[in-house]
Design a protein around this ligand. Structure first.
Ligand SMILES: [Zn+2]
Length: 182
């Protein structure tokens, strides 16, 4: 399995122009994309809104979109765990509206159950600051995101995993501060 976060560190896709981005496998620029980014079949797609952001902001969008790999791999049972966490108020305060409810998270602007968990994983795969931010603001969400990631054969950060678990994930090896699937 390729470690996208390492590749992203080497080529720094957030610093590339839309034209150059199209030359990088796994990335695409779509001039008609209505959102900042999207994750489609393993490809991170950026739109014009992503290019209105600072490179640092764009980097966060890219990390978030990559983290949607969690969505594409998770089982029905993990999906149920996320909905259960939403019901219990673990993902954020439930705000009722005439059209249903949304979640008010205390670490991200995301308001849908899956988006909040995906963004927790993005934070955990981000800088030391972002990791400690999610670990202190939303430890239960971070824990849930890591558990799901480990069941999806995705990399998890070792210090944060060790802080919340008594043993490493099954069939994972420690490499450069991350637990990676064997
Ligand atoms: Zn998203």
């Amino acid at each position: 399995m390729k470690s996208w976060y390492k590749i992203a560190q080497i080529i720094e896709p957030h610093l590339l122009s839309p034209e150059k981005l199209n030359d990088v496998p796994g990335y695409k620029y779509d001039p008609n994309l209505p959102s900042e980014g999207q994750y489609i079949d393993g490809t991170v797609v950026l739109g014009p809104k992503a290019y209105e952001l600072s490179p640092e902001g764009r980097k966060n969008v890219i990390l978030h979109e990559h983290s949607h790999e969690l969505d594409s791999r998770m089982s029905q049972s993990d999906q149920m765990k996320i909905l259960d966490a939403a019901d219990k108020g673990i993902l954020g305060e439930r705000i009722e509206t005439p059209n249903g409810f949304y979640l008010k998270s205390n670490f991200t602007g995301q308001y849908k159950p899956n988006e909040i968990v995906v963004d927790a994983y993005a934070h955990l795969m981000g800088s030391a600051e972002e990791r400690s931010y999610v670990m202190s603001r939303a430890p239960k969400v971070a824990h849930l995101a890591m558990d799901i990631a480990s069941r999806c054969n995705l990399v998890v950060p070792a210090p944060e995993w060790d802080a919340t678990h008594s043993s490493p994930p099954n069939s994972y090896v420690l490499k450069n501060g991350f637990y990676s699937p064997v």
